[in-house]
Design a protein around this ligand. Structure first.
Ligand code: PGA
Length: 251
């Protein structure tokens, strides 16, 4: 872990969570406030229906709230969509954009992801911009080229002046229990860092690069210690307070 960047651990609840999940949030809050103070910024990204409640109930334990997606426009005739300003109004400070599940399920392109990241910045949110290769792209040796192209097209120029976060999530590792080797994570995060430094001279060295994809209590320490891994984006393991807390504590 690069010591000069304060680490961040974000939980992505995906399409899981109803009001009863607030018990799990309360359990996490209690672990965070009674145990050793966490060294990481802790963010929980619940479904939009739970955002205001998570923002309200998490605040006392220092848990910040994030959305899982936002529309690129600020308002208008977009039935079912949610704008970045609405997320901020509900108490969010972060928003995930370009998650591979949205890129796949909703055909989101790099250009759209970039527009969403710009909308997030415009609403005062910090976008967590996701990139990552498929298994066949990795097998064919194209992982770094694919991720590099996604980064170039998904990160807005505004990242020079505003905080953005990158999340590297190999698609084949998401929800599968499989993870890249430490060497593969080291190489990919170094490549992402080099690209950020080349494009954003002043900010590039300090942009957080999270790792995501089957991050678990069992592998968190090893992965979070890798150079240029500045925290994690956690799916399944963020649904259980004890597991999520163990990952946070691994920082
Ligand atoms: P996972 O999901 O931790 O369940 O693999 C990560 C993510 O999709 O953000």
């Amino acid at each position: 872990m690069t010591t000069t960047i304060s680490p961040l651990i974000a939980g992505n609840w995906k399409m899981n969570g109803t009001r009863s999940s607030l018990d799990e949030l309360a359990a996490l809050a209690s672990l965070l406030t009674t145990g050793e103070a966490p060294r990481a910024i802790v963010v929980v990204c619940p479904p939009a229906t739970m955002l205001a409640a998570v923002a309200r109930h998490g605040a006392t334990a220092g848990i910040q709230a994030g959305g899982q997606d936002c529309h690129a426009e600020s308002h208008g005739a977009h039935t079912g969509d949610i704008s970045a300003g609405m997320l901020a109004d509900a108490g969010a400070q972060y928003v995930i954009v370009g998650h591979s599940e949205r890129r796949a399920d909703h055909g989101e392109t790099d250009e759209l992801v970039r527009a969403k990241a710009e909308a997030a910045i415009g609403a005062g949110l910090k976008p967590i911009i996701c990139v990552g290769e498929t298994e066949s792209q990795r097998d064919s040796g194209a992982a770094e080229t694919v991720v590099s192209a996604q980064l170039a097209a998904s990160i807005p120029d505004a990242a020079e002046q505003h905080e953005v976060i990158v999340a590297y999530e190999p698609i084949w590792a998401i929800g599968t229990g499989r993870t890249p080797t430490v060497q593969e994570i080291t190489a990919m995060h170094a490549s992402i860092r080099a690209q950020l430094v080349a494009r954003f001279a002043d900010r590039g060295p300090s942009i957080r690069i999270l790792y995501g994809g089957s991050l678990k209590p069992q592998n968190a320490r090893e992965i979070l210690e890798v150079e240029n891994v500045n925290g994690g984006l956690v799916g399944g393991a963020s649904l259980l307070a004890r597991d999520f807390y163990t990952i946070i504590s691994a920082v």
